[in-house]
Design a protein around this ligand. Structure first.
Ligand code: SAM
Length: 444
């Protein structure tokens, strides 16, 4: 083993959603507990784990592209361990060894706590694999989580997804929903402020479907709000069909809950929503947006949209454009439909074709860009409370933080990470705001 002072080093590369990022933090914590040290340098790493996403084909192919690069390292250092973990691992399983025989470990997203024994087994036996079945119990490893630096901390409240959206592979890779005991969730939240995390983001693939006895996500928000040191609460990802009145009222009434909601619409056409098996209509979706906008000052919305779902006509696509014009989202994540093996939509006709999808995606993004430019421009002169989380990559040297409504703000100054600063907006881009600080309000 290529170790200095007998210390083994690990590198985790993460693709995909917040759940994947948080899974990487959990795996990092387990490895640190076993005496491994983190490194950013692949040449120093004894273990390289790719934590993967299989939601779209492109994400999956990037993993195999990266494995091709790692193969050269492995040839030079045969004792290095390469692992594929997360959703691609669960989906492809043994096939990964066939396609990339130099991979040593394959581990699905419900098996994180097994990482130590899988690494040992791979060293002993040459390779190891662990994939979850639907009825496997889930352990939520939390005591050791190695969280990224910064004021925001993720806390898992549930795993899996019981929905059957025709396009989506997540129910196959992450299995059925499993909920965490609210006492365990709260115990984890209570630990976080002392470690520098005053903004808590509750996580689940279907977070607003959370329930435990008669408690739901709304109850969790009320309970977490009372934890000393918690200044902001967020949650993701919500399904519009589970956005019950009680949750919306908790968003309105609980002081620390931020005035931003990510609410994936996927399409603005009822015909497509039905074909996707989303379980709501455009007007029911809009009624939720309307309620929250009236109830909560400065409420901001973001969404996920898919263009080119099988059978999407130009009228359906126009309906999606009219949805974004009507809602005026503050941010949109838009994707060209990608056929995923095993999902119900695989059996549908592969139409529209790639070129139409590409054009629709570009058109949608251009419409959204102009909406964001206009909406952000209207904020010049406004003062926002910004929670500093580091320095920006673009505006060199400027501090970076987020407003409660989840907008990114850059400003000059010398505040520390975790500090709240009131910032007056002086300039606006489509994707961020630039401002000048008023008086610093002190760290959390
Ligand atoms: N819980 C979310 C929801 O309510 O739908 C799903 C989260 S999924 C991991 C993130 C986003 O990826 C989805 O909202 C969807 O827009 C997109 N996505 C999922 N499957 C896709 C596919 N087959 N092709 C293109 N985009 C897809």
């Amino acid at each position: 083993m290529t170790t200095e002072n007998g210390v083994r080093r690990y590198l985790i590369e993460t693709w995909g959603c917040q759940m994947n990022q948080h899974d990487s933090e959990k795996v990092a914590g387990i490895l640190s507990g076993l005496g491994y040290q983190p490194t950013h340098d692949e040449l120093q790493a004894d273990v390289v784990l790719l934590n993967t996403c299989s939601v779209r084909e492109k994400a999956e192919s990037k993993v195999f592209g990266r494995l091709g690069e790692l193969r050269r390292l492995k040839e030079a250092r045969p004792d290095m361990i390469i692992g594929v973990i997360g959703c691609v691992a669960q989906q492809a399983g043994e096939a990964i060894f066939r396609r990339a025989p130099y991979v040593d470990v394959v581990m699905g997203p419900r098996n994180l706590t097994r990482i130590g024994s899988l690494l040992d087994e791979a060293r002993r036996e040459g390779r190891s694999i662990s994939l979850a079945r639907d009825d496997d119990p889930i352990v939520f490893p939390t005591d050791t989580t190695a969280r990224a630096a910064g004021p925001r901390a993720y806390v898992t409240v549930m795993e899996g997804c019981n929905k059957a959206c025709a396009f989506c592979i997540v129910p196959f890779t992450r299995g059925r929903e499993v909920y965490r005991d609210p006492e365990a969730i709260l115990a984890e939240v209570r630990e976080l402020p002392a470690r520098g995390h005053c903004e808590i983001e509750l996580l689940g693939q279907n977070v607003n479907a959370y329930h435990w006895g008669d408690q739901d996500l709304g109850s969790l928000l009320h309970m977490a709000d009372r934890v000393p040191g918690v200044r902001r609460l967020r949650f993701t990802t919500s399904h519009p069909g589970h956005l019950k009145q009680g949750i919306m009222d908790a968003m309105r009434d609980v002081p620390t809950v931020c005035n931003h909601l990510h609410l994936p619409a996927q399409s603005g056409s009822d015909r497509v929503l039905r074909a996707m098996n989303r379980g709501y209509t455009r007007s029911r979706y809009l009624s939720r947006i309307d309620y929250l906008r009236r109830a909560i000052p400065g409420m901001a919305f973001s969404t996920d949209l898919i263009v080119g779902f099988p059978g999407e006509t130009s009228d359906d696509f126009e309906a999606t454009l009219s949805l974004i014009r009507e809602v005026e989202y503050d941010q949109v994540y838009a994707f060209a439909y990608s056929r995923r093996p095993g999902t119900p939509a695989m059996s549908l006709e592969a139409w529209p074709g790639e070129e139409v999808k590409r054009q629709r995606l570009q058109e949608l993004l251009a419409v959204q860009e102009s909406i964001q430019t206009r909406r952000n421009g209207a904020l010049v002169g406004t003062v926002f409370e910004v929670l500093v989380d580091g320095r920006g990559r673009v505006d060199n040297g400027l501090l970076k933080g987020r407003t409660r409504c989840n907008r990114i703000v850059h400003f000059a100054g010398c505040a520390r990470r975790g500090e709240f600063v009131d910032v007056r907006i002086t300039r606006a881009n489509a994707h961020s705001l630039i401002g000048e600080p008023l008086v610093a309000r002190g760290a959390a």
